[in-house]
Design a protein around this ligand. Sequence first.
Ligand SMILES: *Cc1c(COP(=O)(O)O)cnc(C)c1O
Length: 377
Amino acid sequence: MHNLDFDILDLCAPGIRGLKPYEPGKPISDLQREYHISDIIKLASNENPLGPSPKVIAAVRQACDELAIYPDGQTHELRTAIARRHSLAPECITFGDGSDQCIELLTRCFLQPGTNAVISRHAFAVYAIVSQAVGAEIHFAEALSPSHPSSPYGHDLDAMAACIDEGTRVVFIANPNNPTGTWLDQDAMLRFLESVPRKILVVVDEAYSEYVEEPGYPDCVQWLERFPNLIVTRTFSKAYGLAGLRIGYAVSHPQVAELMNRIRQPFNVNKLAPVAALAALSDQQHLLRSLQTNRAGMRQLEQGLKALGLKWIPSICNFLTVDFARPAMPIYQALLRQGIIVRPVENYGLPNHLRISIGLPEQNLRLLAALKQVLGS
Ligand SMILES: *Cc1c(COP(=O)(O)O)cnc(C)c1O
């Protein structure tokens, strides 16, 4: 098509002009098309390698009979279940087409030109993209700090607090964080929440919380009454294995939820996702199996990486971010040629790292064998 004879950027909302779109993990079908290979494994997007519970599949099949009918815009049944789970009023919950959408709704409610969001340097990329899109500034807090020499990739809450000024409306914290797998304990989180002015919203993204077994890890939802400026997001995309269906939620003060509800599309959550989420919640056995698979896979990968002389950022999630001590893009590409998709994290300021999701035992083996070959040649 011909180029436009004017600059379309002049028409575009200012926040969008400098924006780079989020780069998701490469889909298996892309690699099949480009390299004409089959038997591809994707360890790139922190999906559950076991897939969802069989109960989910059965429930979704049944729900297919009603696909012609709009979903319940209030997501009543799942709302009730989640409210009960967290001992919260149903009106504290906002569902999203993935928890990413909840994060986006929050930025549209509270950020605009002249305001800013505080984000840690290597934090999940979506926060900065959606904040910038609405014209807000980003105050990046350095992760590397003398106060946390043991975890130079983690959130430095002191540095984050120092980034807050009169323009700050939202602080984003991923706990644990993707792509670093680092986490904050209860004491650190409480101290931070107590120090932040009540008029600044603190969004704690707990996308990986189900995987965490560390005793000091806080379930921030319990503090909602105490800190009305706190918002916690959760998702069914990771441990529950529903990434393809898109459903997550935010818990917040009801007045925050009411604002999000004003701009939410009336049917932002599709018909099948809440059915699947309810079934997933009902099968805690499958969740335990998933955590067990992850734990064993983590040990397997750590041992294998160690044998290859590699270092990684210690992670409590379902992925490891490996430091190759040299530009990692060629390694990523060499793995692609072997039919293995992992995730470059250059966009996170980590050009020497690759993020590898924990897979099934045979997938982890194949990854390690391929890495050995790639690094040896
Ligand atoms: C994967 C991920 C999400 C969410 O994804 P949805 O699929 O949109 O629910 C949110 N935060 C972090 C840190 C993630 O890694």
